[in-house]
Design a protein around this ligand. Structure first.
Ligand SMILES: [Mg+2]
Length: 408
C-alpha cells in the first residue's frame, strides 16, 4: 500500500487531516480547534510521506517526527500519526487499540474539561454554582477540572491579584508573584468548589502557567486538606516551549498535593527529565501535541515505571481526536486515571461524524468500540456543506485512484 495524498481542511475550527492510499483506504486525524492556522504546516509534510507504506507507521514517522516541536508545532505530526494508525487498522480489519498492544480496559474514564456553563462572576459562590451544574451534567463525570489563578479571569477580575503588570493580549500570558489577597481568593474558590463536590466527584485545578515557585508551594500546601486530584501547569505548561523540571521537582517535594504538567510537551525525550527526576506526580500529554498516540503510549509506560500517573489532555481535540484518545487510553498501563473529554464545537460536528456511541459518555466512562481503525468516519454528504470552497475536493480520492472502492 502506498500513500497517494495528504490533505487538510479546516472544518469549523479544527484542521482535519486525511491521508489517501492507492488501495482506496483513507485515514483521519485532527488538530485542536485553537489552531485553525495550522493547515499550511500540515501540508508541509506531504512530500515527506507520499509514496510511503502507511501501515509501517513508525517508518513513516521517522521521516517527519524530527520536524516538529512543542505546542503548537507538534500538532501536524501528531494528526498525521493518527491518520496512519487509522489506515493501518482499517487495512488489518482491526481497531487501533489492537495494533497498540490490545486493550487493558473495556471502558475508559474521562474527566470534564469542556462541558461548561456560563459563570456570573469570579467569586467563590460563582465557582460553587458552576461546579454544581457540572456535577449534575448528564455525562456523570467522576472528575471535573476547573481553571483558577493564571488559568482563569482572576488576574484581571480580582483587584490586586498579583504584583505583575496585566498583559493585554494573549492566552494565559500573565505571570508573576501573587499578593496575599490573590492567594486567599484562589484558596477560597477551591474550598467553595470542594464544598459542592465533597468526596463524590474529584476536583482537578488548571492553574497556569505563570506561578512563581514560592506561591506554587504555598497554594499546594494550603489545599492539602482538600485532597484535590492535581494542580496543573503551575510553572510551565500551555504554550510554554520548555519544561523546567527542577522547579517542578521542588514544588512536588514540598507537598502531598499531586503536581501535574505536560500538555504542551512534544515527544518522549522531552518527558525524560520530568519523569526520571520524579518532578511531578501526574503528566498530561495530549495525543494531538505529543507526537501521536503511539508516542503517548510510550510516555505512559515510561511514567508507570516511575510511579507517575497519567491523565491525557484533550479538550480541544475534536471528535476524531476523541476517537484517538479512546483507542490509545484503552491500552495504557494502570497508572491511567482519565483523559480530558473533547467536545465537538460547533454542535453540528455531532451530525457529520459517525461511529461514536450515543450517548458518548455514560456514568463518566466511554465504552471502547471495536470497529476497524479509529472507528469514526465522516458522513460525507452531511460534512460537505461545512467545507470551505478551497477544500471542496477534501473527500475526493487522489487522481488515478478514484475507481478504487474501499471495503470499509
Ligand atoms: Mg491545561
Amino acid at each position: 500500500m502506498k500513500i497517494t495524498d495528504l490533505k487538510c481542511a479546516v472544518i469549523g475550527q479544527n484542521p482535519v487531516v486525511r491521508i489517501t492510499t492507492d488501495e482506496g483506504i483513507s485515514g483521519l486525524g485532527e488538530v485542536e480547534s485553537s489552531k485553525s492556522y495550522l493547515k499550511p504546516h500540515v501540508l508541509f509534510y506531504k512530500p515527506f510521506i507520499v509514496g510511503e507504506d502507511p501501515t509501517n507507521v513508525e517508518r513513516v514517522m521517522l521521516k517527519i517526527r524530527r520536524l516538529g516541536s512543542f505546542k503548537p508545532w507538534g500538532s501536524a505530526v501528531s494528526a498525521i500519526e493518527m491518520a496512519l494508525w487509522d489506515i493501518a487498522g482499517k487495512a488489518a480489519g482491526l481497531p487501533v487499540y489492537k495494533l497498540l498492544g490490545g486493550k487493558v480496559r473495556d471502558k475508559v474514564r474521562v474527566y470534564n474539561g469542556g462541558v461548561r456553563f456560563p459563570m456570573s462572576g469570579n467569586a467563590p459562590e460563582d465557582y460553587a454554582e458552576s461546579m454544581a451544574k457540572m456535577k449534575a451534567a448528564s455525562e456523570g463525570f467522576t472528575i471535573i477540572k476547573q481553571g483558577i489563578g493564571f488559568h482563569s479571569p482572576m488576574p484581571r477580575a480580582v483587584p490586586d491579584f498579583f504584583y505583575g503588570e496585566l498583559q493585554k493580549g494573549g492566552f494565559h500570558a500573565n505571570r508573576g508573584p501573587l499578593t496575599e489577597r490573590g492567594l486567599k481568593h484562589v484558596v477560597a474558590c477551591v474550598e467553595a468548589m470542594k464544598s459542592v463536590l465533597g468526596d463524590e466527584v474529584g476536583l482537578a485545578l488548571d492553574c497556569g502557567p505563570g506561578w512563581m515557585v514560592p506561591d506554587a508551594i504555598r497554594l499546594a500546601k494550603a489545599v492539602e486538606p482538600l485532597n484535590v486530584m492535581w494542580l496543573e501547569d503551575l510553572i510551565t505548561g500551555d504554550y510554554v516551549p520548555y519544561v523546567l523540571a527542577d522547579l517542578y521537582r521542588e514544588v512536588t517535594r514540598s507537598t502531598s498535593t499531586p503536581i501535574h504538567t505536560g500538555e504542551q510537551i512534544y515527544l518522549r525525550q522531552n518527558f525524560k527529565e520530568l519523569i526520571e527526576k520524579q518532578a511531578v506526580r501526574i503528566i498530561g500529554p495530549d495525543p494531538c501535541d505529543v507526537g501521536g498516540i503511539a508516542e503517548l503510549k510510550w510516555v505512559a509506560e515510561y511514567a508507570d515505571m516511575h510511579s507517575i500517573l497519567i491523565t491525557p489532555h484533550g479538550v480541544l481535540d475534536g471528535l476524531i481526536g476523541l476517537a484517538a484518545l479512546v483507542q490509545v487510553c484503552a491500552t495504557l498501563p494502570q497508572n491511567y486515571i482519565a483523559f480530558e473529554y473533547p467536545v465537538g464545537r460547533p454542535e453540528w460536528w455531532y451530525d457529520i461524524v459517525e461511529g461514536l456511541p450515543n450517548p458518548i459518555v455514560k456514568d463518566g466512562f466511554i465504552e471502547v468500540w471495536d470497529t476497524p481503525g479509529l472507528g469514526v468516519e465522516f458522513n460525507v454528504e452531511a460534512a460537505r456543506k461545512y467545507l470551505q470552497p478551497e477544500d471542496a475536493d477534501f473527500f475526493d480520492e487522489a487522481a488515478g485512484t478514484a475507481n478504487r472502492i474501499s471495503s470499509f
